[in-house]
Design a protein around this ligand. Structure first.
Ligand code: NAP
Length: 283
């Protein structure tokens, strides 16, 4: 019998913890704030930004939205980031990706002060993550770690297989699992005989971006299955990278989509913004 990992429950718990700390800081006269930049009219980005604003409201974090037009130049965006970097009232800066094609995402990521880079995309923070000396970690992978921890799933010595090697999910996921002494394998599109790896895994983390890509025959009996994917199925319904209905019969624990990793990403963003504010105020 599998157990469904409830990301809504865990994210509410994390956000509540953040709220308590934000209130304590407010009593000391310290406000916590996040600047959210959105460029253009991407509807998915708008949904994400709105959800982040809602989470700020729920935790007492002050959010400042900078909604810029599609035509905004790279120089204008970099100029805004520079201003926010030196604004003492702003603790975290998030620039919603993807950006319009004429803007170099890499330049934008590197322009954000590492101290305010609450997404943990800056090279300095990526390096600190791999050194285990980080103030905050990439939101989605850290969300997965918090889910595992909440359900008492110990990763030490476990055979963990990550499918996907992106900078925002797969690679930082590997770093966090390794830090907790898991044995980590990272698979990707060039991996030969993917099932060989997944079938031997105690914990499978799917971050592929392909609907129902992980099927029951790829999973060993009793495995923990974490689904990071957010896709649409053939009927336009939201689904993950895992064929949930069939895989759940073999899994010991499994995350649903929606309601699994998604809410955790935003909860960790709040946690990171709080950590940035504490750092900047030497608390
Ligand atoms: P991405 O940058 O497109 O990376 C996908 C990875 O999957 C790549 O490393 C790719 O390998 C690998 N891959 C593709 N086809 C494969 C195959 N046939 N076999 C094995 N590996 C394969 O995607 P991402 O940004 O990491 O996101 C992954 C998924 O997570 C997406 O559905 C995204 O929407 C979702 N996501 C969710 C959250 C959340 O909050 N829950 C946050 C971020 C992303 P190569 O490197 O070789 O191309």
């Amino acid at each position: 019998m599998y157990k469904r990992i409830d990301g809504k429950e865990v994210s509410s718990y994390i956000k509540n913890q953040v709220k308590i700390e934000v209130e304590k800081l407010a009593e000391q006269g310290v406000e916590v704030s996040l600047a959210v930049i959105i460029v253009g009219n991407n509807p998915a980005s708008r949904v994400y930004v709105n959800n982040k604003k809602k989470a700020c409201e729920a935790t007492g974090i002050i959010s400042h939205e900078y909604a810029l037009s599609e035509e905004t130049s790279e120089a204008e965006l970099l100029n805004l980031i520079n201003k926010l970097n030196s604004d003492e009232k702003i603790n975290g800066i998030l620039c919603q990706l993807p950006l319009p094609e004429h803007i170099d995402e890499k330049k934008v990521i590197e322009a954000i002060s590492p101290m305010k880079d609450v997404d943990c995309f800056h090279a300095v923070n990526v390096g600190k993550l791999w050194l285990g000396e980080y103030e905050f970690a990439a939101c989605t992978p850290m969300g997965v770690m918090l889910l595992l921890d909440y359900y008492g799933i110990d990763v030490e010595g476990k055979n963990c297989v990550i499918i996907g090697r992106s900078n925002i999910v797969g690679k930082p996921m590997a770093s966090l699992l390794l830090e907790k002494s898991a044995t980590v394998t990272v698979c990707h599109s060039r991996t030969q005989n993917l099932s060989f790896f997944t079938k031997n895994a105690d914990i499978v983390i799917a971050a592929v971006g392909k609907a129902k890509f992980v099927t029951a025959d790829m999973i060993k009996e009793g495995a923990v299955v974490i689904d990071v994917g957010i896709n649409r199925d053939e009927n336009g319904k939201l689904c993950g990278d895992v064929d949930f209905e069939n895989v759940k019969e073999k899994a010991s624990y499994i995350t649903p989509v929606p309601g699994g990793c998604g809410p955790m990403t935003i909860a960790v963003l709040m946690k990171n913004t709080l950590a940035a504010a504490k750092n900047q105020n030497n608390i």
